[in-house]
Design a protein. Structure first.
Ligand SMILES: Nc1ncnc2c1ncn2[C@@H]1O[C@H](COP(=O)(O)OP(=O)(O)OP(=O)(O)O)[C@@H](O)[C@H]1O
Ligand SMILES: Nc1ncnc2c1ncn2[C@@H]1O[C@H](COP(=O)(O)OP(=O)(O)OP(=O)(O)O)[C@@H](O)[C@H]1O
Ligand SMILES: [Mg+2]
Ligand SMILES: [Mg+2]
Lengths: 151, 168, 168, 151
């Protein structure tokens, strides 16, 4: 029903506009509803405005900027329909060191009483986690999971 | 509900029984390229009822069964157990009295899949309903990977709208 | 032939004249997300004659012109100069006697593009031939990015064949 | 002409089979020609076999493994038609530390008298390069290039 859609849209847009400046240290991000007589044709446009820049077209954003916009979008969706757990698989890989820290504090802020499992190659993310598991292959082709550290 | 333990046997690169205990807070998983980290995520998607081979990085569903390696013969079946703990008193309907819920999926080389909830056989539909009740589904927002993150930013407005509709 | 200098003015995030000197060996370029590293690669593709807007991450070719920022008005044109040095005596046909070759591309907001070789006007076709002679073209293998690397492994056999045909 | 194609195919395959075990510390990689009566339908299949593993389907490879296979492929194409210069834009981002080192020594071995320009966030790659440029934005939206170090 379009009632439910509109109220969900408003909520996701609310979270997105809040998370975007936290990840980009400023700027504005919002979602724009594209109305169309034919409701099937209508859609939602993501409008990112990093601080100090005039972005005309999302394709011109850098790898890292696209990752931050996408993270803000998925974290907004997750906040609207929170699951008890969240798996993030190498979502931080295009990010530079400062953005890894910002991403991490965002994850910390939404984790609350939920469980977050972060697969990463970034040392920074490993250091900040509460628990760390290592996965290795001592015998070729066979995975082994070891507990590394706990807080 | 909260994740308590994941047990894998014969699933992808886990031929022998492997147990991962989950704790509250943030858990990082690290390790060399190709060591099996994303295979753990595939095990979660699979036990939550995922049936599309491409979303499990396979050509057909039997490809999740350990296909053998240098020192280890292939296994004949794959089994994943996910044990959830009722830590916050909000259990899915029908499970209010359970302190724990164990979800099991098993697959054989002939393509047959079996599903169990608390060790009694059930249908895929029951598993899907259970996880929808909890607020997580294999296609929901509880598994996010890098390719998906980059994709959403440049996708068409109709596709972004679909994402929001799924959350509605 | 070898790269000597790249000069950019009004191109993407380089409104003021920026000069990069290239040396032999391996040069690393580092910097924060969104600071302009891949824009340098786009400048190379553009001066080598790239005309497809999507391969320059733009909607239309004028989008390469600096569109302004907080403290800086937009520029009216974009210009990139690439200076090549004839270090190994293997110059493209017609340029054996030149110690250096300067390739210039300029674009205005009305969509007009101008091309120059050693400061005299030429056509896009001349630029394409020059770079083909050198062994590098804007779509050859001399620019490799991560998305392309991941893509090639899962592409269809016909597409892999096309790649090899281009090298033939 | 199909003569030229076949001889190029043999050369690319030769390089690929040589580079693959260097990147994967063993194993075998080769290209397979898929013949078809209708020459248009024929194609080339990339067959990666990491050491100790039985890979049935390339989609099952990990992010890092796919990157290494792709790198071997492009470096093989580059070796067959060498350009005087090579730009690599964040090609090392999915790789773990050991694989960054292997990738780097591959780049070193093919650079010879060619110029290689490596855009990267990995500290290891920055340390090993001969020259290092930094790109920053002191004024928002405006890039500035600075020379960092030289050997
Ligand atoms: N059924 C199977 N039997 C045996 N091995 C398998 C099976 N399915 C996948 N694999 C192997 O699992 C490996 C991929 O593992 P995975 O994707 O979990 O790595 P990863 O730790 O996530 O690495 P990265 O850091 O590069 O992403 C591949 O080498 C693949 O061949
Ligand atoms: N014509 C233009 N005018 C002004 N800014 C532009 C123009 N075209 C692109 N940009 C800006 O350039 C930025 C992208 O820069 P670039 O892709 O080079 O970053 P990067 O250094 O490669 O970052 P990353 O490490 O994240 O890949 C975007 O913020 C985009 O808005
Ligand atoms: Mg992985
Ligand atoms: Mg970039």
């Amino acid at each position: 029903s379009s009632e439910r859609f509109l109220s969900t849209f408003e909520m996701v847009n609310g979270y997105f506009s809040e998370l975007f400046p936290k990840l980009f240290m400023g700027g504005k991000g919002f979602l724009r509803l594209i109305e169309n007589e034919d409701i099937l044709e209508s859609g939602v446009e993501i409008v990112p405005q990093p601080p100090g820049k005039r972005v005309k077209n999302v394709a011109a954003l850098s790898n890292g900027e696209k990752a931050l916009v996408g993270i803000a979008m998925f974290m907004s969706l997750f906040s609207v329909r929170p699951a008890p757990f969240l798996f993030l698989d190498e979502v931080d890989s295009p990010l530079d060191e400062k953005n890894v820290d910002r991403f991490y504090s965002l994850v910390r802020s939404i984790s609350g009483d939920r469980q977050v499992i972060l697969i990463t190659h970034k040392k920074r993310s490993m250091e900040l986690a509460d628990y760390l598991y290592g996965v290795t292959m001592e015998k070729p082709g066979v995975s082994k999971v070891v507990t590394m550290t706990t807080r | 509900m909260r994740l308590k333990t994941l047990e894998m046997v014969g699933f992808k690169t886990f031929p022998e029984k492997t147990v991962i205990r989950f704790s509250p807070g943030i858990t990082a998983i690290a390790g060399p390229n190709g060591s099996g980290k994303s295979n753990i995520v595939d095990a979660i998607r699979w036990v939550m009822g995922e049936t599309a081979p491409t979303l499990l990085r396979t050509k057909s569903l039997e490809d999740v069964i350990f296909s053998g390696s240098e020192g280890h013969p292939p296994t004949s079946f794959a089994e994943v157990n996910l044990i959830l703990e009722n830590s916050d008193g909000i259990a899915p309907s029908g499970f209010e009295s359970c302190a724990e819920i164990q979800v099991t999926r098993r697959a054989y080389r002939d393509g047959e899949s079996e599903f169990f909830i608390n060790r009694s056989p059930c249908r895929l539909k029951d598993i899907n309903e259970l996880f929808l009740d909890i607020g997580s589904g294999s296609r929901g927002y509880c598994i996010i990977e890098q390719a998906k993150v980059q994709q959403v930013v440049v996708s068409r407005p109709e596709d972004v709208k679909l994402l929001i509709e799924e959350a509605a």
